[in-house]
Design a protein around this ligand. Structure first.
Ligand code: TXD
Length: 312
């Protein structure tokens, strides 16, 4: 971490997720933001517009937009949102080849310019892009992680809260696995003020909420008609960013490389971790039922297949 007063946060990709994240970071006063995108001048315009809000909002955070990587030098944290987003009818895997080219190129710049940064990958297909970023940067598994589980469990938590008519503040949901339709929501570990939802709802209700959570991304894609979700994703990245920059050591589901945990090795999938200043400080291993383990393995197999297609 630098000795600057405010942390330096780079957000690559100034599209829906990147710009919304920059907005949230600026409003929360968490740090200075470097917003990078390939579209000529666009990130400069968005950064300036956001910075012009700062006298009204009352934060002194700096926002710098750029089409090149010079200004990211020495960043404490880098978030990669560059790439294509899904259109209706597309799966996250349809984005594989194109986004691998984009994210691989971005990771190369991050390696050269921000060698001490913790990197949070957001671009889809998420688990594969995270593995690619680790392989290109060589930063190691602690410092390269992906955002998906925080969003997936936020969706699950919202649906649980609405179904039970209780505050979202009291709901803690748990979702493991890859960020795909085979993600693994875990009702036994999803609680309302400490009470497992399995004690509060019948199985068919829980199954319906799990289905909606799995299809949560597609639900938004279909409604928006163009592009995919960005408000809840940006909020989720902000929570992870804060956990790292403030060394909160929060337990959050993150996409990380497993090395024997959950019976899996050498594959990136979402599991609960302790997230602090060093990135992934520790992996939390939950006791799973055989069918839950099987679902996690299926999810990991899917990630492995895509990784194989990329040859990394
Ligand atoms: O849970 C999750 N992980 C996700 C992932 C939740 C939401 C979105 N998710 C994925 O993030 C989505 O499937 C996409 O792959 C990324 C970014 O989604 P976003 O909605 O922000 O897409 P946009 O609005 O199209 O923005 C992408 C920007 C756009 O401005 C491009 O010009 C830019 O990325 N882009 C680049 N920036 C820098 N460098 C390169 N090479 C580049 N190529 C495109």
């Amino acid at each position: 971490m630098s000795t600057r007063f405010r942390p330096k946060i780079t957000v690559v990709g100034a599209g829906n997720v990147g710009a919304t994240l920059a907005h949230r970071i600026a409003d929360s006063g968490l740090g200075d933001v470097i917003l990078v995108d390939v579209v000529p001048n666009m990130p400069l315009g968005k950064a300036l517009d956001l910075e012009e809000a700062s006298p009204v909002v009352g934060t002194d955070c700096r926002l710098i937009g750029s089409n090149d990587y010079g200004p990211i030098e020495g960043s404490d944290l880098v978030v990669i949102t560059a790439g294509l987003a899904r259109k209706p009818g597309m799966s996250r895997d349809d984005l594989l080849m194109k986004n691998a080219e984009i994210v691989g190129g971005v990771a190369e710049h991050v390696k050269n310019r921000a060698p001490n940064a913790v990197v949070i990958v957001v671009s889809n297909p998420l688990d594969v892009m995270t593995q690619l970023t680790e392989s290109v940067t060589g930063f190691g598994k602690k410092r390269v992680l992906g955002m998906a589980g925080v969003l997936d469990q936020a969706r699950f938590a919202l649906f649980i809260a609405r179904e039970l008519g209780v505050s979202v503040q009291d709901v803690r949901a748990m979702v493991l696995g890859g960020h795909g339709d085979d993600m693994v929501p875990l009702p036994r570990y999803s609680t309302v003020s400490g009470i497992p939802i399995t004690d509060l709802m019948p199985k068919d209700k829980i199954d319906a909420l799990i289905k909606r959570t799995r299809e949560g991304g597609a639900e938004i894609v279909a409604l928006l008609g163009t592009g995919s979700a960005f408000y809840a994703p940006a909020a989720s990245i902000l929570a992870m960013t804060r956990a790292v920059l403030r060394d909160e050591r929060r337990i959050l589901p993150c996409c990380t490389r497993l090395e024997g945990e959950y019976g899996l090795r050498g594959v990136y999938v979402g599991v609960p971790v302790v997230l602090g200043a060093g990135g992934v400080e520790k992996i939390i291993e939950l006791k799973l039922l055989p069918e839950e383990t099987k679902s996690l393995q299926t999810s990991a197999d899917h990630v492995r297949e895509s990784v194989k297609k990329l040859g990394i």
